[in-house]
Design a protein around this ligand. Structure first.
Ligand code: NAP
Length: 533
């Protein structure tokens, strides 16, 4: 008989660890499985130079006092190694280690109606069974590398999430394709060490100042006084770009300028998150802030041709509809003699050769080629497992993400009809990438815990959303999306970073507060929209 668990969680990620903690606290027998040799989820993979989080302390930590009470950070925006240490500390503090099975991959999960449980296959053909299956496989874990002809002919080519330990890049010619959050961090970190850096940019990153700062233990202690209030506010806040209740043009130009200057000085996520309420909904408001961004940024770039590529006079897309990276000296990097910028809008890549990258313009010789080209976001890692629900229906078939596919359908971005007892925190159609991950983990594991408590109290073994609830949620996701400028951008938020994909909102953009409200009401009203058996 295969071992039986109340719940199997996939992914020792921020949401996976918290979910494990919550379920364990309820007295459930839980196994957490992860393919990596250590905890950390995507932070195990993202190890390129300069990698860190773009959320300032304490937004990127759990609100549990026994955790933050003892943990002090060394900088305002912790780097990958420090986040990794934090998650290790969390594991020890919450006694999670005995429940982890690391270095183990889940290859398949099949729902068995007769036993009302999941058969979960691990690598080496091991099998476990479980009442509940929780996928916390991560939203940026399955790398995406465009299929450039000749890609395999270049030997030292890596995706940012597959950075080899100890890679010798100093004094080498390095090419970086992509200028998203990963590209910007990497470019800043290595530009001064490499012999030559060739940056292949398709779209400019409207990066804003990070304002990194070292933190002393004394500063950490002082900051903790306000933590309870910060965490309360984190819960009530409607996500990015919304603490302000005022609209851009309700303020005079002088007032606007003062507000934006304040946010700019503050740096971090403030220029995006604390901006006017209509930044992401009104094109004129977005354009006005772009003007401000341009004024602050363009003069930092010495050469006007380079400035036209990095900070064009007209907005390349509505501000904030692609995540602005946080930078410290990103724009100055391009003033260095060893750094070359290639505008892929003008000269697209035709192929990769054994010695570099060819565009329609010329050939660029490099020794190392880095693909900072993003991920098969949100659904990629989940659909990589062979997940089958009722009647053997494959999740990959039900969530057909192809251009002419039916698209994703969920309730609250947490469950999908036909896949009973399966939950997927940080999945599609939830705020996911727009929230702070530890916060999202707490919100979603909170709903899940309440759902399982109800099932235990009522003697139910199976839960599944109704068709009506999925339709309601899909309409809410679409409505929220269309009330913003997000659909105007061909970004990964809209599933558009991979050719041949259906354009659909991968995240719920209606606001964290609204999302929390949906979940809270659902619990209070006894889980309408879910069938229990
Ligand atoms: P990303 O935001 O998807 O950026 C991918 C980059 O590759 C973009 O510049 C994209 O250009 C370019 N690209 C894609 N396909 C291309 C092609 N065929 N030819 C040329 N260029 C191409 O990926 P990411 O930078 O890895 O960031 C992903 C997400 O992970 C972030 O949004 C964030 O949520 C998370 N992340 C966070 C942090 C942090 O907190 N600091 C760090 C890393 C990652 P286009 O823009 O034109 O598509």
């Amino acid at each position: 008989m295969p071992p039986f668990f109340d719940a199997v969680v996939v992914g020792a990620s921020i949401s996976g660890l918290w979910t494990l903690h919550c379920l364990k606290r309820q007295g459930l027998h839980v196994l957490l499985v992860d393919a990596c040799p250590d905890v950390g989820g995507s932070w195990q993979y993202h190890r390129y130079p300069g990698c860190g989080v773009d959320a300032e302390v304490p937004y990127y930590e759990y609100s549990e006092p026994q955790l933050w009470g003892e943990w002090n950070w060394h900088s305002k925006f912790p780097d990958q190694a420090e986040i990794q240490r934090y998650l290790s500390f969390v594991c020890d503090k919450l006694g999670l280690r005995p429940h982890l099975r690391l270095d183990t991959r889940v290859t398949a999960a099949h729902w068995i109606d007769e036993t009302r449980s999941w058969n979960i296959r691990l690598d080496l053909d091991r099998l476990v069974t479980s009442r509940y299956f929780v996928s916390c496989a991560g939203y940026a874990t399955k790398p995406y590398i465009p299929d450039f002809p000749g890609r395999a002919t270049f030997k030292d080519a890596f995706h940012t999430s597959q950075w080899p330990d100890g890679l010798q890049y100093r004094d080498k010619r390095v090419g970086v394709v992509g200028t998203g959050a990963s590209g910007v961090q990497l470019i800043e970190a290595i530009a001064s060490d490499v012999k030559e850096l060739v940056v292949f940019q398709r779209s400019p990153n409207l990066a804003t100042p990070k304002r990194q700062q070292a933190l002393t233990p004394q500063q950490c202690r002082e900051m903790k006084v306000s933590y309870p209030a910060v965490f309360r506010q984190r819960r009530s806040r409607s996500g990015y770009a919304v603490t302000h209740t005022t609209k851009t043009f309700d303020h005079s130009m002088a007032e606007r300028q003062r507000t934006w200057e304040r946010l700019w000085r503050k740096g971090g996520s403030a220029p995006w998150r604390d901006n006017y309420v209509d930044l992401l909904t009104d094109g004129s408001a977005s354009d006005a802030f772009y003007e401000f961004w341009l004024h602050k940024t363009r003069h930092r770039i010495g050469d006007s041709r380079t400035a036209d590529i990095l900070a064009p006079n007209r907005p390349p897309y509505p501000f904030g509809t692609r995540r602005p990276a946080l930078e410290s000296r990103y724009f100055e990097v391009f003033n260095q003699a060893n750094v070359h910028l290639v505008d892929l809008q003008n000269e697209p890549i035709t192929n990769v050769s054994p010695s570099g990258v060819r565009t329609t313009g010329t050939h660029y010789d490099v020794d190392i080629l880095v693909f900072a080209t993003g991920f098969d976001f949100i659904t990629g890692a989940m659909l990589a497992m062979d997940v089958r629900g009722r009647h053997g229906r494959r999740l990959a078939g039900c969530w057909d993400v192809d251009i002419d596919g039916s698209g994703i359908s969920t309730c609250f971005g947490l469950m999908s009809r036909g896949f009973p007892n399966m939950f997927f925190p940080m999945g599609p159609q939830a705020p996911t990438a727009l929230g702070f991950t530890p916060h999202m983990a707490e919100i979603q594991a909170g709903w899940l815990s309440q759902c399982l408590s109800k099932m235990k109290a009522d003697g139910h073994e199976v839960v599944e959303p109704t068709e009506g609830a999925e339709t309601m949620w899909r309409e809410e996701v679409e409505r929220a999306n269309h009330s913003t400028l997000y659909p105007q951008s061909e970004s990964w938020y809209m599933g558009q970073n991979i050719e041949g994909r259906r354009k659909q909102p991968l995240c719920y953009v209606g606001g964290i507060d609204r999302y929390v409200n949906f979940l809270d009401c659902n619990v209070q009203e006894g889980f309408p929209g879910f069938d229990f058996a």
